[in-house]
Ligand binder design. Sequence first.
Ligand SMILES: Cc1ncc(COP(=O)(O)O)c(C=O)c1O
Length: 410
Amino acid sequence: MAGGHPGGMASFRAFRYTAPMDFIPFARPAIGREEEEAALRVLRSGWLTTGAETQAFEREFAAFLGADGGRTLAVNSATSGLLLALDALGVSGENAVVTTPYTFVSTALAALHLGARVYYGDIEEDSFNIDPAAVEAALNAHPEIRAVIPVHVGGNVCKMDEIGAIAARRNAAVVEDAAHAFPARTGAGFAGTLGDAGVFSFYATKTITTGEGGMAVFKDPQGARRAEVMRLHGIDRPVWNRYGAARASWEYDVVEPGWKCNLPDILSAIGREQLKKANLLYGERKKIAGEYTRAFEDWDFLTLPPDSGANAWHLYVIGIRADKLRIGRDAFARLLQDAGIGVSMHFIPHFRFTWFKKNLGLREEDFPRAAQRADSSISLPLWPGMTGEMVQRVIESVGRIGTEQYARKR
Ligand SMILES: Cc1ncc(COP(=O)(O)O)c(C=O)c1O
C-alpha cells in the first residue's frame, strides 16, 4: 500500500514527555533529535529559504500518498494552500463556495480573499462534518457556487462519495480542507486526495508539523501549475536557485499578481523527518483515542466523538450532556483546567463572529446542529508522547467531574 516510511522506536522515546506532571498540555509537538539535526543541517548549509529540501519534501510527501496523490506543492500554511487551490480551480469574485460554519475561520477566509461569496451548510446530526444534503441544497439555491469545501473535522473524514457526486452533478469542484486529516485513509484513498484538490496543515498541533506549513495536492496538472506560479508572486518560472548557481539566470517575468506562500527549507527539513514518523505518530494518536473511548463508552453524561472509521484523530472531542449534569460545558471545562488538564474547543462557528454576522448575515438559528455542538464540545489532550499515566489522569478527571456533577434526580 501507499503509506510511507517506518518510524523507529528510538525517535519515539526522544519525544516522550518528561516534564513534571502537574499540568497536561492540550497539545505538544513530537520533535526529536532527527528534527533538531535536520534544522541544524539547513542552518549550516548557507541556504535557508525554499530550495532543495523543499523539493525533496514535496517528492517524499507525494511518494507517501502514492497512487492516490497528484502534483504536491509545499506551502507556508494550509490557509495559503486553500487560497492557492481555490484560485487554481476558478474561485473568484465572480462566483461562490459552500462550506461548513463548524471549522477554523481560514476555511472561509481563503475564499473571501479571492472575492468569492461564501455560503454555508449545517453539519450532520451525528458528526461535526458538513451534511451532504446541506451541500446539495446550497448548490441548488446558488448555481454560482464554483467549489465545495468539505472539512474533515478532527480528522474524521467526511462523506466524500456523496459530496463528490453532488458536486459533479452541478459542475462544482471539491477542495478538501484536510488540515486535520493526515494521514487518514478511506477505501478510496487518503483524505486530501478524494476531491479535485486537498490541503494539509503542518501547524504545531497537527499529526506532523513544521511549526507552520502545509501541503496542497492537485489532481489537475494545469491547476497545480497555476498554483505553483501564484505561490511565488506570479513569477513564470522556478527561480529559487537564482542566487545559488554561478551561471544562474536573473531573468524572469511576472504573469499574474501572485502571493508569497512558499515553505522555507528549514521547515521542510523538519517536515521530512516528521514524515518518516507519520505512521508512528498516527498510531500513537489512535491508541490514545482508543483508550479514551473504552473508558468513556459507558458514561451517559458525555457523548463520544464521531468516527467514520477513516479518522486521523487530530482531535478527541467529547460532548457534555446538559440533560445529565448540573453544570454546562464551560464549567466542566474549567473544572478540567483546575485539575491540570489542558483543554480546547473546536470550533467557534462562523455565525458567532462579528464580521460574519455583519457582512454575510449569518444567523445562529439557521445552523442548529452546529450551535448545539459548539455549546457542548470539549477537546481533550491528544498527542504522541502522552504517557499512559497522563491518559489515565485525563480519564479519571473527566470521570470524577461527571460523577460529582451528575444530576441524579433526572
Ligand atoms: C479546519 C482547519 N482548516 C484550516 C486551518 C488552517 O491551517 P494553517 O494554520 O496551517 O493555515 C486550520 C488550522 O488549524 C484548521 O483547523
